[in-house]
Design a protein around this ligand. Structure first.
Ligand SMILES: NC(=O)c1ccc[n+]([C@@H]2O[C@H](COP(=O)([O-])OP(=O)(O)OC[C@H]3O[C@@H](n4cnc5c(N)ncnc54)[C@H](O)[C@@H]3O)[C@@H](O)[C@H]2O)c1
Length: 286
């Protein structure tokens, strides 16, 4: 297992930009690929801002920031990932675009390059099956926001090789993350537990006729949660949580996995949580 020298990140949205930032901060040459240069620049702008704040807070010196930024190159051309030892995919959460991308990556990347997906709810095995070299495909499931959340789940698909899994594990650790290995099952580890649990909490809102504020207070004070469930779902995004619940329900068919109707109604009304300014709570846009 050779050490990763160059990494590609495909899709620089909320997750991909954070993952690319982690890579350059860890000293790794990184190629970020977006569908347009404008989107790439926008992502880079977000992480310039994040690093500038770290400098202001004294957590990073200006020289280290400049060096980190110098390790990132942006492209719209998949061919630019040819020299990467590891490519991490963080595009839209839909099976077909991911399968198309992995088939294209297989054509472009060296045969020994490891291909990782950051999918939350899709099957890594189904994504890997779009290639003829499934053994090099694994899951690297980071949490949002990637630069701050300590965990990465390293997911073994049906045909993943030990070598690919250990390369991803070692790389996750090198990024400063706490890495755990698991098999490719719906929701992997944390979401498999957390999604039905949050859904239970939100059903209690109606069952126990409690306010969102009081439910959050109860779970913080009575269960030791650092953040209440309503605040947490607002942070994750109501749409993201509904989508993840639907995906888990589709696979496991357990009623607790299905999104509570109240959440679906909120999503349809555009109440998406923090990002839309209103969810269970109201947020100041500034
Ligand atoms: N947001 C989260 O909380 C979270 C947490 C863990 C994992 N994930 C997973 O990470 C992945 C990305 O999620 P996100 O929240 O960053 O999404 P996002 O919408 O913020 O970003 C997706 C990016 O991919 C690009 N893209 C879209 N379709 C593409 C295509 N067909 N080919 C190439 N690029 C394309 C878009 O331009 C966009 O910048 C998803 O698989 C998601 O399930 C998300």
């Amino acid at each position: 297992m050779a050490q990763v020298q160059k990494v590609g990140v495909v899709g620089l949205g909320a997750m991909g930009a954070g993952i690319a930032q982690l890579c350059v901060e860890a000293g790794v040459e990184t190629v970020g690929r977006e569908v347009s240069l404008e989107l790439g620049e926008r992502a880079k702008g977000r992480f310039d801002h994040f690093l500038a704040r770290k400098v202001e807070k004294g957590k990073l010196d200006a020289e280290a920031r400049d060096a980190a930024l110098g390790r990132l190159s942006l492209t719209t051309d998949l061919e630019q990932l040819a020299g990467c030892d590891l490519v991490i995919e963080a595009i839209v959460e839909e099976l077909e675009p991911k399968r198309e991308l992995f088939a294209a990556l297989e054509r472009v990347c060296r045969p020994d390059a490891v291909l990782a997906t950051n999918t939350s709810a899709l099957s890594v095995t189904e994504i890997a099956a779009a290639t003829s070299t499934s053994e090099r495909v694994v899951g690297m499931h980071f949490f949002n926001p990637a630069p701050l959340m300590p965990l990465v789940e390293i997911v073994r698909a049906e045909l993943s090789s030990d070598d690919a899994l250990e390369t991803a594990f070692a790389f996750g650790t090198r990024l400063g993350k706490t890495a755990v290995r698991c098999h490719d099952t719906p929701g992997f580890v944390v979401n498999r537990v957390l999604i039905p649990l949050l859904n239970d909490c939100l059903r209690v809102l109606d069952e126990a006729r409690i306010t969102a504020e009081d439910l959050d207070t109860a779970m913080r004070a009575g269960a030791g949660w650092p953040m209440g469930p309503c605040e947490l779902v607002d942070l994750v995004g109501i749409d993201v949580h509904v989508h993840a619940s639907e995906a888990l329900y589709e696979k496991l068919r357990e009623p607790r996995m299905a999104p509570p109707p109240r959440l679906v109604a909120m999503k349809n009304a555009g109440l998406l949580g923090r990002k839309s300014g209103r969810g269970f709570f109201i947020y100041d846009a500034s």
